[in-house]
Ligand binder design. Structure first.
Ligand code: ZN
Length: 342
């Protein structure tokens, strides 16, 4: 199966670390892509990236988020290793053994690995198996000569430095993309692909569309401000949770009808389902129990518009994730179809 350009572009974006709070490089990359498409863009004061396509029907805003899970240096331990404070919601066990990068104040980087305090089975034996993984038992081992807090400080590392997880993004099998942070870089790529597909098509008869790239979604307030005033419906494009009991699939786009924030707008969701049916897009319907989106963040902060949530199926979310290029293609197609027929 040939590699779809969207999959290749996603791999590129996944190489750029962007934990919440340190998203400039990923936003710069996106701006360069928009520049190459000849699409003008602007930034909100909070740093979110916005661009638009003309249309003469009520404006739809599609959001995706460029920020990802990560951590911040909480404390330099006497051993020279680092204690971490998490950025975003994840289980510590899901990052055990992961390669990481510490981003220094001066722009330098130090590579590292996430370990627990009793990682060697030869030394700790049963204690390792019984260890509860938590902020107090996980630590970062630096790839540098340090055995004391003083030596670590001499490396230029300080409390508050950002830590990113290596995405380890790779193409696998027939059209799969696996790696960390498909949530929500897969959504970002779908927004770019829909923009590229529609930018030269005639605007009359279709909806005006805004695209909002959020930089604080993983901490819950990304789209709390900055959604354009004329927005009639906000459609968050974020990963669909794949797993037992779900209809979502790595090959498909999904619509979420209810998550931890409650039900999404019924009429908007119904229209999206109708558009998908007209276009013969296999749209899966699901509820996500432990999930909330930028659409909910926008509603909670008083957004006066309808809101819905769609996105590509992602397996093992907030861990070492996987999706298929079919899901990227379906998501971009659905966005385009919504703009033209919603
Ligand atoms: Zn997300």
């Amino acid at each position: 199966m040939p590699v779809h350009p969207m999959a290749a572009e996603l791999l590129e974006l996944l190489q750029i670390p962007s934990p919440t709070g340190l998203t400039e490089a990923a936003l710069d990359w996106t701006e360069r892509k928009l520049g190459a498409l000849g699409v003008p863009y602007r930034r909100t004061r909070k740093g979110a990236l916005l661009w638009s396509l003309a249309g003469d029907r009520p404006a739809l805003t599609f959001s995706a988020h460029v920020d990802t899970l990560g951590a911040m240096v909480k404390e330099i331990l006497p051993s020279g290793r680092l204690r971490l404070s998490p950025i975003g919601g994840y289980d510590w066990a899901s990052i055990e053994g992961e390669y990481a990068t510490v981003h220094l104040q001066d722009g330098g980087r130090v590579s590292a690995t996430v370990l627990n305090q009793k990682q060697s089975t030869h030394i700790f034996g049963p204690e390792l198996r019984e260890l509860r993984r938590s902020a107090d038992t996980m630590e970062l081992r630096l790839d540098a000569d340090t055995r004391s807090a003083e030596q670590t400080r001499e490396l230029g590392i300080g409390v508050g430095d950002f830590v990113s997880w290596d995405s380890r993004a790779t193409l696998a099998g027939e059209g799969y993309i696996k790696g960390r942070h498909l949530d929500d870089k897969a959504g970002v790529i779908a927004l770019l692909a829909a923009t590229a597909a529609l930018k030269d098509r005639p605007a009359p008869g279709r909806h005006a569309a805004h695209f909002f790239l959020s930089n604080y979604e993983e901490v819950g307030h990304g789209a709390a401000r900055g959604i354009p005033e004329d927005t009639d419906t906000l459609i968050a494009v974020d990963m669909a949770a794949v797993g037992p009991g779900q209809t979502s699939d790595e090959h498909c786009v999904s619509i979420c009808l209810k998550d931890a924030g409650g039900p999404y707008d019924h009429a908007a969701s119904q229209r999206i389902r109708a558009v998908a049916a007209e276009e013969a897009i296999d749209l899966r319907c699901d509820l996500y129990t432990y999930y909330s989106s930028d659409a909910t963040a926008a509603w909670r902060s008083g957004g006066d518009f309808a809101a819905a949530l769609i996105g590509p199926g992602v397996d093992a979310s907030h861990s070492y994730e996987r999706t298929h290029q079919d899901a990227l293609i379906a998501t971009a197609r659905l966005i385009g179809a919504i703009i033209e027929r919603f």
